[in-house]
Design a protein around this ligand. Structure first.
Ligand SMILES: *Cc1c(COP(=O)(O)O)cnc(C)c1O
Length: 393
């Protein structure tokens, strides 16, 4: 059996999205800035996509800027606001210790340019405290950036409340909503969000396209100088097919949100319950305040990387809590941020589900994991030590 359980890394393109893209890859190849008919048809495609994205977020059409994805949107929002606010002498940024690297590496870069960064704790449950945000805000705070939902442990943050605190204090609020868009309801107005990042390939849209929502009236500096595309703020001929695919995927996800959430949540809970039966396992991140599709479990005495290889041999695609795949042996900064010891963080497994996963697939995973864990533990000196320490041997 082949089971794809790494939907937090990327998702399969939906048929609806593919169908929406095809016309712009074939006959409607005109430049959206051209005045003749196939150019104007492409232009209408861009407009329609922007309207669809705006509507799903409860934003205005002119508040949506298409980007190449989530990383670009995060970079633009944070560096842009930093540039804007530095002119007013504000050089303090508040974020959390478990953001995606697109945010963490961006603020680290800004620190080299004299910005001061406050990293808020996320505690054992993986949730930021609104009170901490409030206490961290200063006269010179330029921006608060807190992710909507974490990509590794799936925990959902109190976004509306954080936004309210920021607005009370007159500070701009950005959220990396890449894991939330298409999976959780978003209302930028009701949730007091000034800037929001999203990415199409996390909700069954194409790769290489995303969007930044930026509230009207914020003078966000241009990202790319050139033509008048994206209201002159991000120049370059529009990838109309990608925009159309993103809009179609987002609309589809949003139209089916309640149904998908119910289905995926049930699969998730079945998987969590099944895997937690394994000795010395623990669920990472809050059990309730988490993305419908996220399962993140640590198994003591196990190497996450080896676990992935064995799962792959069984046809299961998943992800681990260490970043070895990206060429580093450090355990995930997210798992360390919620207080896991290094060796436990190393034995973590993330399975991220979507609405096309089935109960049979979940049961297959539940049947495969225990024997793999047992085999890995039987070869592990670490497991031998753990057993001795706990009097299990
Ligand atoms: C995937 C992801 C990103 C990066 O998005 P890309 O479109 O791949 O650049 C940023 N933030 C979070 C939380 C993500 O999950």
């Amino acid at each position: 059996m082949q089971v794809y359980a790494d939907n937090a890394a990327t998702t399969k393109l939906s048929d609806t999205a593919l169908q929406a893209m095809l016309p712009y890859l074939k006959d409607t190849y005109g430049n959206a800035s051209s005045l003749y008919r196939i150019g104007q048809t492409a232009h209408h495609g861009v407009q329609a996509a922007r309207e669809t994205v705006a509507k799903v977020l409860n934003a205005e059409t002119n508040e949506i800027y298409f980007t190449s994805g989530g990383s670009e949107a995060d970079n633009w929002a944070i560096k842009g606001i930093a540039e804007l606010m530095a002119k007013k002498g504000k050089k303090h940024i508040i974020t959390t210790s478990f953001e995606h690297h697109a945010v963490l590496h961006t603020v680290k870069k800004l620190a080299q340019y004299g910005f001061e960064i406050t990293y808020l704790p996320v505690y054992e449950n993986g949730i930021v405290k609104v009170e901490d945000v409030k206490n961290a805000i200063r006269e010179d705070t330029a921006l608060v950036t807190v992710m909507y939902a974490n990509n590794e442990i799936g925990t959902i943050q109190p976004i509306a409340e954080i936004g309210a605190v920021c607005h009370e204090k007159g500070v701009l609020f950005h959220t990396d909503a890449v894991q939330a868009a298409g999976h959780l309801p978003i209302d930028v107005k009701a949730q007091n969000i000034d800037l929001l990042s999203m990415s199409a390939h996390k909700f069954h849209g194409p790769k290489g396209i995303g969007a930044l929502y930026c509230r009207q009236g914020i003078r966000l500096p241009n990202l790319i100088e050139g033509g008048a595309q994206e209201r002159g703020r991000r120049a370059g001929t529009e990838a109309v097919y990608a925009m159309a695919g993103m809009a179609a995927a987002l609309k589809e996800a949003n139209d089916n949100l309640a149904e998908n959430t119910a289905k995926v949540t049930a699969l998730r809970d079945r998987l969590i319950d099944g895997l937690l039966k394994i000795e010395l396992s623990r669920l990472n991140g809050d059990r309730k305040q988490r993305l419908p599709g996220n399962v993140n479990i640590s198994f003591e005495g196990v190497e996450g990387e080896s676990l992935l290889l064995y799962l792959d041999m069984k046809g299961i695609s998943a992800s681990s809590g260490s970043a070895c795949t990206s060429g580093s042996l450090d355990p995930s900064h997210v798992l360390l941020a919620i207080g896991l010891p290094h060796e436990v963080a190393h034995g973590s497994l993330r399975l991220s589900l979507c609405e096309t996963n089935t109960e049979e697939e979940i049961d297959y995973i539940i049947s495969c994991v225990p024997e793999i864990i047992e085999r890995l533990r039987s070869m592990s000196p670490l497991w031998e030590r753990i057993q001795k320490e706990r009097g299990l041997a």
